[in-house]
Design a protein around this ligand. Structure first.
Ligand SMILES: [Zn+2]
Ligand SMILES: [Zn+2]
Length: 377
């Protein structure tokens, strides 16, 4: 197979037996054996026209690999390293390899292109992501700003709200306090006033009662004082004289006779202030009254009256006309009530006696007392 295929290579250099021989000669060597021929398997001597495969480094006889003498001459003398020779095996492989290399180159180019595309895509994506990120950052900043502003507003609003609420609450509390103050003050004042008024009313009532009691007492005292010097004589025979003057004169004379003669009390007419009949005179008939009205004698002095009262026991021995008389103090209603009570008391005490004693009321009104007396036979 005619070869001498020319390939440019800066790495390898074609080696022929002749070119080697020249190099050996320069080094002073004459006999060299290069190896066995790849085709005929006999040794390739220095004198043989041999050639080395640039790839597998195996020697072959030039005529075994169909290299003509002139071709061999060109290959041997060529110095520039631009002509290459490969054995048939390596040549076949090298074509395959070159195709492979092309393929690889193509694939690499494709890959590079893809990588470039990918890089570009990635870059674009990155740029987009970056842009998005920037935009997002800007958004976040805006959002943060808004949140800050919102929070600020919120704080301000809540602050205002709190302040206004506080103010309102304080005002409400103040109002309540004032109301409470006013109402409680008014209530207290009212209660105090009511108390005072009640107290005053009670005092007034007490005063009234006291006053009434005092009045009553005073009236009673006056009444008693007025009656102090009086006596009342019951069953004292009434005059049938027609004129009042005459009847009065007869009564007065009769009384003086009783006091002076029977009771033996020193009493002159001027010691007697007045003598009067108590109650209405019965005018229906001109006949003598069946019952005499009580006669009241008012003395000038209490002494005279007292002497009269203390001398009443003399009536027992008086004539029949005077013996039937009953003489008493001129008592007030209260004194009569008092004496009535005393009489009841005396009756009670007498009922408790065995029969030998009796109980009587003695003394003047105001100083009444019960006395126990032996029953007369
Ligand atoms: Zn050979
Ligand atoms: Zn080879």
């Amino acid at each position: 197979m005619a070869t001498g295929q020319v390939r440019k290579s800066s790495v390898t250099e074609i080696k022929t037996a002749e070119s080697k021989k020249q190099k050996f000669r320069q080094a002073g060597k004459n006999t060299v054996k290069y190896g066995d021929c790849k085709v005929c398997e006999s040794s390739v001597e220095a004198d043989d026209k041999g050639i080395e495969c640039e790839i597998c480094k195996q020697w072959s006889h030039a005529n075994c690999v169909d290299i003509e003498d002139n071709e061999y001459e060109v290959l041997t003398t060529h110095q520039k390293g631009t002509i290459h020779w490969y054995c048939d095996d390596c040549n076949a492989k090298s074509v395959e390899m070159v195709r492979l290399v092309f393929n690889i180159q193509e694939r690499m180019l494709k890959s590079e292109k893809e990588t470039e595309n990918l890089r570009n895509e990635t870059k674009a994506k990155f740029e987009k992501i970056e842009a998005d990120y920037d935009a997002m950052k800007a958004d976040i900043r805006t959002l943060n700003k808004k949140i800050d502003e919102g929070l600020q507003r919120c704080f301000e609003d809540s602050d205002k709200l709190v302040k206004s609420t506080q103010k309102q609450t304080i005002n409400e509390i103040k109002e309540e306090i004032n109301e409470a103050k006013t109402s409680s003050f008014a209530e207290i004042m009212k209660q105090e006033l009511e108390k005072s008024l009640d107290g005053m009313a009670n005092e007034i009532e007490t005063v009234k009662v006291t006053l009434n009691e005092t009045k009553t007492d005073a009236a009673e005292a006056r009444d008693r004082e007025n009656r102090r010097n009086n006596i009342i004589i019951y069953r004292f025979r009434e005059s049938d004289a027609h004129s009042t003057e005459e009847r009065k004169k007869q009564d007065t004379d009769a009384c003086l006779e009783l006091i002076c003669n029977t009771l033996e009390v020193d009493c002159r007419p001027e010691d007697i202030k007045q003598v009067i009949r108590l109650g209405q005179r019965d005018r229906e008939t001109n006949e003598r009254q069946t019952s005499s009205r009580p006669i009241l004698i008012e003395f000038r002095s209490y002494t005279t009256k007292n002497q009269v009262m203390e001398s009443l026991y003399k009536l027992r021995n008086a004539n029949a006309h005077f013996r039937q008389l009953s003489v008493t103090h001129d008592m007030t209603k209260m004194e009569r009530s008092e004496i009535q009570k005393k009489v009841e008391e005396a009756k009670q005490k007498e009922s408790e006696e065995t029969g030998e004693f009796i109980w009587r009321v003695r003394g003047a009104p105001g100083s009444l007392k019960l006395v126990r007396l032996r029953k007369r036979q």
